[in-house]
Design a protein around this ligand. Structure first.
Ligand SMILES: [Zn+2]
Length: 374
């Protein structure tokens, strides 16, 4: 399965889960949070993923002990399946223990609802901070195709483990990190904090003493102990670093300069943006040169602008409207674009950007108060 088909599958699963949660379980997750989850990390995380793979290849070629070179194909896969998961356990545990790594991982725990989309909520920098933990596999001599394939398998398990529908997985709860176990990891309650660091298998937590079952009568409080009140991926990714560097950041909690922007406007904008992102990764290997750089920048900058809209900021609407109109139009004219898919996406983008402008002029402070009181 290529990256495009895989990403599309994840998006379909997220939508189906949201429908089940809303219709059957009567549980609603704000679109702002879903869109943040989906769009939070993908742009720069995938960019830095190339750096992670490059370091792996350099280590494999120059500093590997080649311990697996005489192993059978099945032996290599079995070893790597367990070794990858063990590396991930320590990666995750250290991302909670070491302050620098926690600043990277923090964004994943900012999410306050447990759902599949939370599984995609990752830092722009998570591929970089993964490097010290996974290069061990390159030193051992895990072949690149085995490393890449099993990374995808494990990341899919981790995505699945965030689903908010499945409460119990029967016998699997004994050997794997299931949604029941991973929910506990997201708890801020003292009983649940710093527990269940595993990705696919629960054996590492049991072996290294960090396993915790959900306790009857103690409901899980999701999120952070000191929540970060922003729906903008730019701030979500960078705020922990800015605070450490003593760089002035906006006061999100007592911000009185907000304008009313409906949740649905943010949600629909997020899905158009996601369409552009899927188009970008579907054409990743087409050697589009400068066009590819353009798509990348459009998605990256629009993600931040939409984040500004999510935070109910006027600058978010203005920059979103500019990005959805001027950039696509100049691109179509300059490169003489005739691809119907991208033209349709740009048309939707443009309509959304123009329509969003009307909220710039709406004086609806009462609506904001009402919405935030819910
Ligand atoms: Zn964590």
């Amino acid at each position: 399965m290529n990256l495009f088909a895989g990403s599309l599958l994840l998006v379909i699963m997220i939508i189906v889960e949201l429908i089940i949660m809303k219709v059957i379980k009567k549980e609603e997750i704000p679109w702002r949070e879903v869109i943040f989850n989906i769009n939070s990390g993908h742009v720069l995380m995938w960019f830095f993923r190339s750096a992670e793979v490059l370091v792996f290849v350099v280590i494999l070629k120059n500093f590997s002990l080649n311990l697996l070179s005489n192993w059978s194909f099945i032996g290599q896969w079995l070893f790597t399946f367990f070794a990858w998961d063990c590396c991930f356990y320590w990666l995750h545990r250290m991302h909670h223990k070491i302050p620098l790594f926690w600043k990277v991982h923090n964004i994943h725990h900012q999410g306050e609802h447990f759902s599949l989309s939370l599984g995609l909520r990752n830092s722009w920098y998570s591929s970089l901070s993964s490097i010290p933990f996974f290069v061990i596999l390159a030193v051992i001599g895990v072949p690149l195709p085995v490393f890449l394939s099993l990374s995808s398998v494990h990341y899919f398990f981790q995505f699945y483990n965030h689903n908010g529908v499945v409460k119990s997985s029967g016998i699997l709860d004994k050997i794997m990190i299931t949604p029941a176990h991973h929910r506990v990891h997201h708890g801020t309650n003292p009983e649940y904090r710093d527990r269940n660091f595993g990705g696919t298998l629960i054996i590492w937590d049991k072996l290294f003493g960090t396993f915790q079952k959900k306790i009857d009568g103690i409901d899980i409080n999701y999120g952070l102990i000191n929540p970060i009140r922003t729906d903008n991926p730019f701030w979500g990714n960078n705020l922990p670093f800015f605070k450490a560097l003593k760089i002035n950041v906006p006061d999100f909690k007592n911000d009185n300069n907000k304008i009313y922007i409906p949740d649905l406007i943010v949600g629909s904008g997020g899905f158009i943006l996601l369409g552009l992102w899927l188009y970008y990764i579907d054409h990743e290997y087409d050697n589009l040169g400068i066009q590819q750089f353009y798509y990348f920048m459009l998605v990256f900058l629009s993600t931040i602008a939409l984040g500004g809209m999510s935070d109910k900021k006027a600058w978010g609407i203005i920059s979103w409207s500019l990005l959805t109109s001027i950039l696509p139009l100049s691109f179509i004219l300059y490169f003489n674009i005739s691809d119907n898919i991208i033209l349709s996406l740009f048309a939707l983008f443009f309509i959304h950007g123009v329509y969003s402008l009307k909220y710039l002029f709406s004086n609806t402070k009462e609506k904001i108060k009402l919405e935030e009181a819910l």
